[in-house]
Design a binder for this molecule. Structure first.
Ligand code: SF4
Length: 316
């Protein structure tokens, strides 16, 4: 069986930075450090950091006063920042700079007197953080039908922003519907939202033309991993999301000579290796990589980890 790997796949710069922040905080300040929400959506990553002394909590109320506290890559609402200040927590902010950039866009549009329309998935932590970062009227839409149902006059000045784990292709139809509905509408260059989401999706689109089955390594709650699987399904290729090799069902591969393998932005390469090792147990395999974009994006650590203490009660 041939295994063809998508390029790029797996960790993006935002995830690498977020994990590095937790590891650097443990090295600099010692265990425990507290992390609000899963630092990235991958159980393997979370379990590894937990074993090193990170404690994951969903509510800041579960963090002892004054403790080192890390916000996850998905970002947080302003209300969470306020609560951290009130609790005198020493905060290191692992919000991906590309998510923070969307927050900045939303704030600028509100300051211009526009209603902000966020294209994203309800309930996702990034969406909740973005909704809670914009101090003005902001509404969430997920589909073209949601656009039709918006209770806003056609001449309302509006602006759209998007969840980073939606690609240009994902948002194109909704944004087109918004542009039909509103006369005074602005938005950022959507080619510029998140390079990693776009690159991973483009790589899967190239891959599914050459394979009979697609395996996506990623967590069930990982938005971008689910989307990679959906792209396979949309192309008519049986596609499965698996956490690691243990979730692989040999029945999926009966009679299959070429399988495509990719990983969501929060899935480490060692889990891809684990899937390949599992496939090897089923019979001889030949592994190759489909040529694709070489990513060179790197995000630096926050100042609180480069020198000095994290600023008490505010994000650094
Ligand atoms: S997928 Fe994009 S926005 Fe999300 S953490 Fe990675 S680089 Fe940042």
């Amino acid at each position: 069986m041939r295994i063809i790997l998508a390029q790029p796949r797996g960790f993006c710069a935002g995830v690498i930075r977020a994990i590095a922040i937790v590891e650097a905080a443990l090295a600099r300040f010692g265990a425990p450090v507290y992390v609000r929400h899963e630092i990235v959506h991958n159980r393997h990553v979370v379990d590894t950091l937990r074993a090193k002394g990170a404690r994951f909590v969903e509510r800041l109320a579960d963090v002892p006063t004054g403790a080192i506290t890390i916000f996850s890559a998905h970002g947080v609402a302003q209300q969470v920042e306020v609560e951290a200040r009130a609790r005198s927590l020493s905060v290191l902010d692992a919000t991906c700079p590309l998510v923070a950039k969307v927050h900045g866009q939303g704030k600028r549009y509100v300051a211009q007197g526009r209603v902000v329309i966020l294209v994203g998935h309800a309930g996702h932590p990034e969406v909740e953080g973005t909704l809670g970062q914009i101090p003005g009227r902001v509404v969430l839409v997920q589909t073209e039908r949601d656009v039709d149902a918006l209770d806003l006059a056609a001449d309302t000045p509006v602006a759209y922003i998007t969840q980073t784990t939606l690609s240009v292709d994902d948002t194109r139809a909704v944004i087109a519907a918004l542009q039909r509905r509103f006369h005074d509408i602005v938005g950022p260059d959507i080619n510029d939202i998140c390079y990693a989401t776009q690159n991973r999706q483009s790589a899967v689109r190239a891959l599914v033309g050459t394979v009979e089955v697609l395996l996506v390594v990623g967590a069930r709650n990982s938005s971008n991993s689910n989307r990679l699987r959906e792209i396979g399904v949309e192309a008519g290729v049986p596609s499965y999301l698996i956490a690691d090799g243990s979730e692989l069902d040999p029945a999926w591969l009966r009679g299959v000579s070429a399988v495509g393998l990719t990983a969501g932005a929060s899935a480490p390469e060692e889990l891809v290796d684990d899937v390949i090792a599992t496939l090897r147990k089923l019979g001889p395999v030949e592994v190759s990589v489909l040529s694709g974009v070489e990513e060179r994006v790197v995000f630096g650590l926050p100042p609180g980890l480069l020198g000095g203490q994290p600023k008490t009660a505010r994000a650094v």
